[in-house]
Design a protein around this ligand. Structure first.
Ligand SMILES: C[S@@+](CC[C@H](N)C(=O)[O-])C[C@H]1O[C@@H](n2cnc3c(N)ncnc32)[C@H](O)[C@@H]1O
Length: 300
């Protein structure tokens, strides 16, 4: 027999180390072992960056013309060195893909031009950056913990031009009284109320009920304990701390769409700021399986 068809050096090595009589003796777990990591699947433990880039690349391939326009309008997205891919000549990262998708959802329910917006818990400010870059907003107020506020102030002063930055007001939670005399057209909360204690969430919902006309919320529908997702890398104490905050504390299988959709009904009921509010629309918030979004309008 010709030796043309035999393993080359690469596959001889794989045969030595990964796929051989010993490693394939049992079929029990081979699809999550080095055997399959050399055949069909990248090892999740060592390929997080690859999977993230794959996710971003796939999301970029599905962006609509409206999303692309919104994304291109947001200048300086590369500040902070995000994990990104290149698609249609643009650098694309997950934070801003989510932001333009969130904005599209809000815009489908209400025209935010000329709005006074209040965002509670803005992180570094990606949503503020995206909305201000795409709409003629009157004022954008950020209410946050002092330390995070320092970050968003520095980030937004770097990425926004002077005219847009002048529209942003930064309020630390210790100075919340500053908001007493203010009315807002829209309140935004993304990935944040679910991490606050119940009393705090209820106080914020009461503030929204009294001082806002619309409310956009985007948060998880429940908690989870699936160790295969992160190996509980932050430690068991951190897991325990994450399980109690928020209004929605049922532990669910977040990768079961039936469970997520069932809990999405609880989500829509829980985040309604008051009796005089109606949910205009709600939907799954891609890409993370357990995030839901809803837009509410005050009817009073
Ligand atoms: C996971 S980050 C999400 C940030 C941002 N919304 C985003 O999606 O990129 C949670 C945010 O909630 C803020 N936060 C936590 N507790 C808060 C509180 N009691 N009042 C206001 N903001 C709070 C944090 O400082 C942070 O900005």
């Amino acid at each position: 027999m010709s030796d043309k068809y035999g393993p080359n050096a690469l596959w001889a090595d794989i045969g030595e180390r990964q796929i051989n009589e010993e490693t394939t003796v049992s079929l029990e777990n081979f699809k999550t072992s080095e055997v399959n990591y050399r055949i069909a699947l990248f090892n999740v433990a060592t390929n997080g960056g690859r999977y993230l880039k794959t996710l971003i690349y796939n999301l970029a391939s599905e962006l609509s013309p409206t999303h692309w326009t919104a994304l291109r309008n947001v200048r300086n997205r590369d500040v902070g060195d995000p994990v990104s891919v290149r698609y249609n000549g643009e650098t694309v990262d997950l934070d801003y893909v989510r932001a333009v998708r969130d904005l599209e959802f809000i815009s489908a329910g209400v025209d935010v031009d000329a709005f006074r917006i209040l965002e509670i818990g803005a992180g570094y400010g990606r949503t503020c950056h995206t909305i201000l870059s795409n709409h003629d907003i009157a004022e954008y107020w950020i209410l946050d913990l002092a330390k995070t506020l320092d970050l968003s102030r520095r980030y937004l002063s770097t990425v926004l031009d002077d005219e847009l930055f002048a529209k942003v007001r930064f309020v630390a939670v210790d100075d919340i009284d500053v908001l007493d005399s203010q009315q807002f057209d829209l309140c935004v909360n993304i990935d944040s109320l679910a991490e606050m204690d119940v009393d705090t969430v209820q106080a914020y919902l009461a503030l929204i009920d009294a001082q806002c006309r619309y409310f956009y919320v985007n948060n998880p529908v429940g908690k989870y304990m699936d160790k295969t997702l992160d190996g509980h890398a932050r430690g068991e104490e951190a897991i325990a701390l994450a399980l109690s905050p928020g209004l929605l504390t049922d532990v669910i299988d977040i990768h079961d769409n039936g469970a997520v959709e069932a809990h999405s009904r609880k989500f829509v009921a829980a985040y309604r700021p008051g009796g005089g509010w109606r949910c205009v629309s709600d939907a799954w918030s891609r890409p993370f399986s357990h995030y839901w979004q809803a837009l509410y309008r005050s009817e009073t």
